[in-house]
Design a protein around this ligand. Structure first.
Ligand code: FES
Length: 107
């Protein structure tokens, strides 16, 4: 079953979009060029939405303490974060961002 998250046109490069996914999970949708990436929206270090931080290319910066994650893999690439983000397989289909089947969580 496909899970529709949002319209692709609502996702602007550099401005991640927070959406509600399956099981009421808060997810972050990122655009890098024509590629889409989806991660959990909450920072793994503290209580902050990554969608309120800045995005530069494949990196998202946490607004609270400045930790940085790679949205492609969820990996933490800058302290103080040490725990990776969950990532979800997604694709753009007919103008919508859809999660692939049952979300595959990478963590
Ligand atoms: Fe995100 Fe601390 S809450 S780096």
């Amino acid at each position: 079953m496909t899970v529709r998250l949002c319209q692709w046109s609502d996702v602007l490069e550099g401005i991640p979009l927070r959406v509600v996914g399956p099981r009421s999970r808060q997810l972050a949708v990122f655009r890098v060029g024509e590629e889409v990436y989806v991660t959990e929206a909450a920072c793994t270090h503290g209580r902050a939405w990554l969608t309120e931080g800045g995005q530069q290319g494949h990196h998202v910066h946490c607004p609270l303490h400045g930790g940085v994650f790679d949205v492609r893999t969820g990996a933490s690439v800058s302290p103080p974060c040490t725990v990776a983000l969950r990532t979800y397989r997604a694709r753009v289909e007919a103008g919508f961002v859809n999660l692939a089947a049952e979300p595959t969580e990478t963590r």
